[in-house]
Structures are given as structure tokens and as C-alpha cells.
Design a binder for this molecule. Structure first.
Ligand SMILES: N[C@@H](CCC(=O)N[C@@H](CS)C(=O)NCC(=O)O)C(=O)O
Length: 313
């Protein structure tokens, strides 16, 4: 992107050439340094050098503009392009062999980005796609690369989005809101998510992306649960009964108010919805008829952001 800006700025000069650039902007670093693109996983030092070079490009563009060698509007567009590149968000999410995105944590992030009104480029990963995520220093999705900053774990991502974009709608309201959301996040993962996920492992195994390591997927989960995936699958009715019992207080709340957060949806709603999106994307219904409040709320949640959660992809 930087080299494009330089070349185009030069190209619009009345007498384009490296010597003109040097005359107009003596502090411009050698072109080689400016050629380096912004890459995923750059070190802090490399990003600092990049930013310093960007500022020089901008100062050069500004001087060129003053000299009336360029249309000011075009210079501004180029500068905006550079900024956009620096501020771009990439979201790494899980995908199966049908192109479906079923990660409960991925769904929390998708809804959170929509709530904040932020666009992200999506990079799809399969299970054990460790090479693609190496820049984040761990192997689980979701991961957000915000500019040059990698953030992993859906909870950290939600906190990061509120901290980095406080001028956009907040996901969590102040310290109390964040504290309650943190409780709900761990309650949902341990009391609902754990029995739900283990009862779905066999379905997930059967729909793994062809490049995913199915043996490793099975080995790690059977080791963690002390049972075969087939035995966990056979225990599904018990797990669903346990989940439905644990969700009754939540159902009661949603009989009385439209959203978990109150009158309008917020991150606590996306935590619960994310977990329920996983069975939905896989075509399985864990909720029993008694969960009328949760079901009505779930229908409403799927309509948000132009039906974002109605999508399986
Ligand atoms: N606590 C993490 C959990 C992340 C997680 O477990 N991700 C799963 C997908 S749902 C994963 O990446 N699994 C890949 C693997 O185990 O190789 C979060 O909230 O983001």
C-alpha cells in the first residue's frame, strides 16, 4: 500500500522521478524501507517502523499537495487507504466441511462486531489449523487481529472491543456490567456449554473440514472426558435434561424482559446465543418446550443485524 502511494504521488508530479521526491521531502527514507507491506504477525518494532514510514509518506503527500502538483482530493483518498489498511480487523473463525461456522465463541464475536458496527475480514480455519493461527501464540479460534494487535479468546475480544472502541455502542455497561457478563460467560461455558459440546462431539467429528486432523480431534476429547465420543453421544438425552434444568432461571428472566441485558441486547445476550448457535448450525435442538421464554428470545435474537444469526455460514 505504501509503495502504491509513493508511486502514484510521483506519477502525478509534473516531472516524476526519485530526485524530485528527494528534493520535495529530504527526510523520506530509502524506497526499500517503504516497500515493506504491513504483514500479519509483525513485531512491535516492525510495526513502529511501518507507522513512522507512513507518517513520512503523509508529510510528503501534504508537501506535494501544497505545491499544487496533485489534486488534494486524490491525496486524501490515498491517505485514507493507508489508514484503512492500518486499522483493518481480521476475524479468524472455525469452519466445517459444509462451510458452516458453528463455534459458540465465534458467534459471540460475530454478534459483538455487529453490535459495535465494525467490519472485519473473515479468515476461516479448520480444527487444528495451527499454522494459520501461529501469530497469536496459541491454536484456538476465535482470534481477532485488530491492526497489528492479535487478541484471542472470545471474552478478551469482547473486552478489547469495548476498550478500543468506547465511542461505539458498548457491549458491557461499566464495571458492574463487565463483572456480571464475566460471571455469565463462565456459567454458560461450564454449566451449559460443557455438557452441550460433549454431546455434539460425534456430529462435529462427522462434519470436520477435510483438512482437519480427525484423529487428534477424537483423541484429545476422549482423553479429556474419559469416554469414547460414541459413549458421549449415547448420553445426549441426559446432558440435554441437565441443560434444560439449569436454564430454567434464565427462562424465567426471559419471560419477564425482552433481553438478558434488559430492554436492549448486549454482550450477555451474545454469550447465551453463541452457545445455542452451535447445535442450531449442526441441525440439533437441545431446548425442551418448557423453555418458552428462551425460545421467544432466540427468535428475536436471530432477527438482529439483518438476520445475522439466521445464517449458518
Ligand atoms: N475460551 C475460548 C475457547 C476457544 C475454543 O475452545 N475454541 C475451539 C472452537 S469452538 C477451537 O478453536 N478448537 C480447535 C482445536 O481444539 O483445535 C474462547 O472463549 O474463545
Amino acid at each position: 500500500m505504501l509503495s502504491v502511494v509513493i508511486v502514484r504521488v510521483c506519477g502525478r508530479s509534473s516531472k516524476p522521478g526519485r530526485s524530485d521526491v528527494a528534493r520535495l521531502c529530504p527526510d523520506l527514507p530509502p524506497l526499500g524501507l517503504l516497500d515493506a507491506p504491513l504483514k500479519r504477525g509483525m513485531t512491535t518494532r516492525e510495526v513502529d517502523d511501518y507507522l513512522a514510514a507512513t507518517r513520512l509518506v503523509q508529510s510528503f503527500a501534504f508537501r506535494a499537495k501544497l505545491q499544487s502538483e496533485l489534486l488534494p482530493r486524490i491525496v486524501n483518498i490515498w491517505i485514507q487507504e493507508v489508514r484503512r489498511d492500518l486499522l483493518a480487523i481480521t476475524f479468524y473463525d472455525l469452519v466445517d466441511k459444509h462451510g458452516r461456522r458453528y463455534s459458540p465463541y465465534g458467534w459471540r464475536v460475530r454478534m459483538a462486531l455487529a453490535h459495535k458496527g465494525l467490519d472485519a475480514t473473515v479468515e476461516l480455519c479448520w480444527h487444528s489449523d495451527k499454522r494459520k493461527l501461529a501469530f497469536s501464540g496459541q491454536h484456538l479460534v476465535p482470534v481477532l487481529l485488530d491492526g497489528s494487535k492479535p487478541v484471542n479468546d472470545s471474552w478478551n475480544i469482547a473486552c478489547h472491543l469495548d476498550d478500543a472502541y468506547p465511542d461505539r455502542p458498548m457491549l458491557m455497561d461499566g464495571a458492574q456490567g463487565r463483572s456480571f457478563a464475566r460471571f455469565l460467560n463462565s456459567w454458560m461455558d461450564s454449566i451449559i456449554g460443557r455438557p452441550l459440546v460433549r454431546s455434539l462431539y460425534l456430529d462435529i467429528l462427522q462434519s470436520l473440514h477435510p483438512q482437519a486432523d480427525a484423529q487428534e480431534f477424537r483423541r484429545r476429547r476422549e482423553e479429556r472426558n474419559g469416554a469414547s465420543l460414541e459413549a458421549l453421544h449415547a448420553n445426549r438425552a441426559n446432558d440435554f435434561a441437565q441443560i434444560n434444568c439449569a436454564m430454567l432461571p434464565l427462562n424465567e428472566l426471559l419471560r419477564q424482559q425482552p433481553f438478558v441485558a434488559g430492554e436492549a441486547p448486549a454482550y450477555v445476550d451474545y454469550i447465551v446465543l453463541g452457545t445455542l448457535q452451535m447445535p442450531r448450525v449442526l441441525g440439533i435442538e437441545p431446548l425442551e418446550a418448557q423453555q418458552d421464554g428462551v425460545m421467544r428470545w432466540r427468535e428475536g435474537m436471530r432477527k438482529l443485524f439483518n438476520g445475522l444469526a439466521d445464517n449458518t455460514r
